[in-house]
Every structure is written in C-alpha cells, then in structure tokens.
Design a protein around this ligand. Structure first.
Ligand code: NCD
Ligand code: ZN
Ligand code: ZN
Length: 420
C-alpha cells in the first residue's frame, strides 16, 4: 500500500490516492499507508490513452521502435498506446498481428494493436487475435498506401459489427483533392491539395456506411470543424490531434515539409474552431497520430517528403499548458485523453482515478512549464513540430502502480496488451 498524498484531482478536489497491487484501492482523505509522494499543490491525472500511434515496427525501426516510442510516451504521461497497421508487413493477418506483438513486448507502457484492412486482409485469422480495434482503415492513401475502395470498407464495417469491435477511419476522399495545387512547390501546397471538403465528404460517407450496417465508427484525426460536426451528426465519435489543435497553415513557412501530414494543417480560423469544440465538449478524444519519420526523410520536396509528425510525448504537456492558462478545464483534459477513450474502446480498468481501476497515473506541477525542444524528447526521430512552444511535463508517470518515468529516468518495466 503506497499513497500519493494531497493531490489535486481533475475535478479540483484535493485527495489521497492509495495504490495496492497495481490498482487504485482508495481515493479519500488521510488514508493509511506508506507515502509515495507528497503531491500538495500538484495535479494528478489518469494516464493518457493514446488511441493512435505509429510505432513503426515491424519494418521501419529506423524511424521508431517500440522501445523508443514507448519511452517517449511515458515521458509525456501516456500510459496506454494503440498501434496502427501500416507497418511492414501490414497488420492485416493473424500472423502479422503475432509478429507485431513480439515487438510490442519491448513496450514500457500498456498497449493495443489494431487490425488493418486491405485487399489481402485475412479476417478469420485477424479476429482470432486479441485485437484492439479495426483500423485505422484508410479511405485514401497515406503513409503505407493502404487506401481501400468503398465496397471493401462496407465489408469491413459489416465484419466489425459482427465481431462487436470499433472501426476507426482515416477519412479523406481523394476524388476531392485539388489537383491544381500540384503545380505549386511550397509547403502550403499540401494543405491546398488535400482539401477540407475531402475530409467532410469522407466522414459523411464513412458514418453513413457504418450506420447502415450497425458498426460503431470512430473517426481518426478529424482536422476540421466540419469533420467533427459531420462525425457527431452521424452518431460517430471523433478524435483530433495536437497538431491540428495547436498548429495551422500559418506555421508552414517555418515548418516546411516537417509540417506535412495527413490530413494536413488547416487555416487558422479552422484551427480555432476545432479548439472551441475541444473546450466545449464536442471533441470526444485527443489522440496524437504520432507518425515519426527521420529528418533525412523529411528533408525533401513537398511532393516527395513522407507525411506524418511525432506527438506522443508533447500532447498531454500542450493540453495541460492550455488548461493552466484557463483555455480549457482539467476535467476536459481528463475526458479527452483518458475517460472518453476508455469508454469508447471499452477499457473499464483504465481512464479514471477511481478505486478498482489500474494505477495509471500522471503527476504534474502546472506552475512548472518548460519549452518543448526536440533534443529533450525521447522519440527516435529527434525533432518536433512544436519546437519552442510551452508544455507542462510529468514529474511522475505510473503504469499499474510502477513509476516508469520520474522526470529523469525510465524504469525497466513490461507493458501489457490491454486486450489480453
Ligand atoms: N498521418 C500521417 O500523415 N501519416 C501516418 C499515417 C496516417 O495516419 O495517415 C504515418 O504512418 O506516417
Ligand atoms: Zn491516418
Ligand atoms: Zn495514423
């Protein structure tokens, strides 16, 4: 029995939190037990569940490994990660799932593995494995060129409904990309090319198809207010990324190809409208779409550079910075990073500071913000699009009661499959 004393919880109450055998066994005042830390004046949050990361193994370990990605996660207060299927081999068969699970054994934090959909997918063997969810299903090509047609998407939705798993969707419609932008070679051309309309139309179609067959659809990385509204109108849940909340097309002059991702950065007006929806409760989840590529790979023309930016270590720090500035509440931060993903993806032991749940916890001092610098982060890629911005970083990160990061060093700890 160890106790975190006098911590300020997301609802503002000051409480002791007691941990026994990796679980929270009591939340109250003046609890018995050995003191783990005196948290007076500090904030305690449930660890972030990042429902969207690309940890790149198998296949692309030069970009990221499960070891480096999960350390980056822990140092950013993320205690559960969900890996996406665009690896090599792509996670579209039971055998590919098993191969990825061997790499995931290197993870410092808890994890899930999504199953992908391509013409080659093997539904039977895939659904035989402890899958986290189906997805991200690519309605347009992104890194890995796993875009599929409408018929296969409908089939995937039917199958997910039968298996009672959530389908997460990368919603862009390549028919609505603006080919005229192809003549430009500045970084903003990517945003002009992959239009906001292409997202809205694809979200509408995805939630329509999913609804028809009774599938539960979760829209990945919605980048526009129109995309969020279309997901909600169709009864789907949605996630937004930190880069679409904190960066816009106005930063592309500085970022160059290091600001290229799918869906792309949007106008400042759309970014603001997205942030409003986050603060007022219309965004269900913040997930990072942590998609690292090396500097050398990114250092290419706007049409040749790979799409994607890292983000797993900076998401919670950026949100906590915004909360400490009063731009959204700490309860909203808890909901979008932990409580809501736990509910949407059925993780009853994660997501809240409550007796009976796993002791996945993050302790921060909101007064202590620091400048984000790529050099200080732990991803293998070594850069961040948020360079120079302020963040509130964890002093302690616990996974099932074990301190995996104490602000300076990582523990030797084994993350577990949350579906096992
Ligand atoms: N978002 C990106 O721009 N890239 C992701 C793939 C994806 O999520 O679409 C990647 O794996 O690199
Ligand atoms: Zn995607
Ligand atoms: Zn992704």
């Amino acid at each position: 029995m160890r106790v975190i004393r006098n911590a300020t919880l997301p609802d503002g109450l000051e409480r002791d939190v007691r941990i026994t055998d990796g679980r929270i066994d009591a939340v109250g005042e003046d609890l018995d037990g050995e003191t783990l830390v005196d948290a007076t004046g500090k904030r305690l949050l449930p660890g972030m569940i990042d429902a969207h990361v690309h940890f790149r193994q198998p296949g692309y370990g030069h970009k990221e490994t499960w070891a480096t990605g999960s350390r980056s996660a822990a140092a950013g207060g993320v205690t559960t990660v969900v890996d996406q299927p665009n690896t090599e081999p792509p996670t579209v068969t039971g055998a590919a799932f098993d191969e990825k699970a061997e790499y995931a054994a290197d993870s410092l934090v808890d994890w899930g593995i999504n199953g992908g959909v391509t013409a080659e997918w093997e539904r039977e063997t895939l659904f035989d494995r402890p899958l986290f969810a189906l997805g991200e299903v690519f309605l347009a090509d992104s890194t890995g060129d796993m875009g599929i047609d409408a018929e296969l998407f409908a089939d995937a939705c039917r199958r997910a409904a039968e298996e009672d798993v959530v389908v997460t969707v990368h919603a862009e419609d390549a028919e609505l990309f603006d080919e005229s932008a192809r003549e430009r070679d500045d970084a903003d051309a990517w945003s002009a090319y992959r239009t906001a309309e292409a997202e809205e139309a694809a979200v509408e179609r995805a939630v329509g198809v999913g609804g028809n067959v009774g599938a539960t659809v979760h829209v990945a990385h919605t980048s526009t207010p129109e995309g969020v509204d279309a997901a909600r109108a169709g009864g789907a849940t949605c996630e937004v990324t930190p880069h679409h909340l904190f960066l816009s097309r106005e930063e592309l002059d500085d970022l160059g190809t290091f600001g290229r991702m799918n869906p792309p950065l949007r106008s400042e007006a759309r970014r603001e409208a997205l942030f409003e929806r986050l603060a007022d409760g219309e965004v269900d989840v913040v997930a990072t779409d942590h998609a690292p590529h090396t500097r050398e790979e990114k250092d290419a023309s706007i049409w040749d550079a790979p799409s994607g930016v890292p983000g797993v270590e900076t998401a919670l720090p950026l949100l906590l910075q915004a909360a400490s500035e009063g731009r959204l509440s700490f309860e909203r931060v808890r909901d979008v990073t932990a409580a809501n993903p736990a509910e949407i993806f059925d993780l009853p032991r994660k997501g809240r500071i409550e007796a009976g749940r796993d002791a996945d916890l993050v302790l921060v001092d909101p007064e202590e913000s620091r400048e984000i610098r790529g050099d200080d982060l732990h991803s293998n890629c070594g850069w961040t699009p948020f360079e120079g911005m302020a963040g509130v970083f964890p002093e302690l990160t616990l996974v099932r009661g074990t301190v995996v990061w104490d602000g300076e060093a990582f523990a030797d700890h084994g993350g577990e499959n949350v579906r096992a």
